[in-house]
Design a protein around this ligand. Structure first.
Ligand code: UT7
Length: 333
């Protein structure tokens, strides 16, 4: 597709809650072990919100970091898009609270509920507004507090997730060769029950009668999601590479959604990527859902794993089922 403008990444940021929950802490809560969790998932610890921390407070802190790196103020923002399924309130969208707190008085603001694919879908949506010439600066956020919708007696799910937020600033540029290049999105709603929260929506609202069923917590068929996830990462990667006429050899770093280190390794093997081409930080955070991909980008940048003019393969999957990817030509100049 021909675009009028380029969408350059000019800032990244993150925020993690203060409180850390280690695998050893979880051993005291459910029948599990540090060995099982770290061997099967790569996770060693995760952060969880406490006190006054919320999805929007984390998002605001991450946003401020990204805006500082981009050297812009709140009045520069034309749009705020937040990938989240755990906004502070059912109404309004969490992005509205972020807009108010930042004082971004010129900006529109909305959420995208694509769970773990939320950051990528938000980024791709933001890119459309920038590349079409509609917006000059868009703030992309991913923020989730999955700890608030987990059944802490269910070892199949509670060991996997963590809370956090990430942010990225997209800037309009005349150079269509930098920033967001090819893009891919796909959804298969027939798989929705493999990863969902059945109750608490408009179909089955929460009542005194059904609250004891625990169907207002995350429910997951781990094995089905595992199989889907590897294929989703591989398909999305091939798609965005093919659009640019590139191969995995051209990629400096794959920055994938962090749900399970084994999923990432299997996909990387199928793509024939070397270890140094793959970024993994799940050990520190667990699966932070909407924040995950942005957190990985932010950490990779601060750790010096991303260099000027690198091509990044940013790819993810999640509830929906949904999956997608983008290639980023990283240039801060
Ligand atoms: O962003 C998308 C979010 N979700 C995902 O990406 C999750 C995708 N799926 C996965 O990552 C993996 O399927 C899991 C990590 C969830 C599970 O790993 P697995 O290797 O597929 O384990 P399993 O479900 O086959 O379970 C193996 C055993 C079972 O015991 P038996 O039946 O062999 O006796 C489970 O009951 O491990 C048991 N088990 C646990 N043991 C200790 C399950 N959860 C735990 C646990 N601690 N937390």
């Amino acid at each position: 597709m021909k675009h009028l403008k380029g969408a350059q990444v000019v800032g990244v940021g993150k925020c993690l809650p203060q409180k850390i929950l280690t695998n050893h802490d979880l051993e005291t809560m459910v029948e599990t072990s540090d060995d099982w969790i770290s061997e099967r998932t790569g996770i060693r610890q995760r952060h969880v919100i406490s006190g006054s921390e919320t999805v929007s407070t984390m998002a605001v802190a991450a946003a401020r970091q990204a805006m500082e790196m981009a050297a812009i103020g709140p009045m520069d923002l034309d749009l705020i898009i937040m990938g989240s399924f755990t906004a502070d309130h059912k109404l309004p969208a969490g992005a509205c609270m972020v807009q108010a707190e930042l004082g971004a008085k010129r900006a529109g603001a909305f959420d995208i509920n694509s769970a773990c694919t939320g950051f990528i879908y938000s980024l791709l949506t933001a890119a459309q507004f920038v590349k079409s010439g509609t917006c000059k600066y868009v703030l992309v956020l991913g923020s989730d507090a999955t700890s608030t919708v987990l059944d802490w007696t269910d070892r199949n799910t509670c060991v996997l997730f963590g809370d956090g937020a990430s942010a990225l600033v997209l800037k309009q540029t005349e150079d269509t060769g930098v920033g967001i290049l090819s893009q891919f999105m796909c959804t298969d709603g027939t798989g929705m029950c493999n990863l969902w929260i059945p109750n608490g929506g408009s179909r089955w609202p929460l009542t005194e009668k059904n609250i004891g069923d625990n169907r207002h917590f995350v429910s997951m068929s781990g094995k089905e999601v595992y199989r889907f996830a590897i294929n989703a990462l591989v398909e999305s990667s091939h798609n965005v590479l093919a659009q640019e006429g590139l191969t995995c050899k051209d990629i400096a770093l794959m920055v994938p959604h962090q749900a399970n280190a084994r999923i990432i390794q299997s996909a990387a093997n199928r793509l024939e990527l070397l270890d140094e081409q793959v970024y993994i930080n799940i050990d520190r955070y667990g699966n932070t859902v909407g924040a995950s991909v942005g957190l990985a980008l932010c950490d990779a940048w601060h750790e010096g794993r991303i260099k000027e003019n690198d091509k990044l393969l940013v790819v993810g999957f999640g509830a929906g089922l949904s999956w997608g990817a983008t290639l980023i030509h990283w240039s801060l100049k």
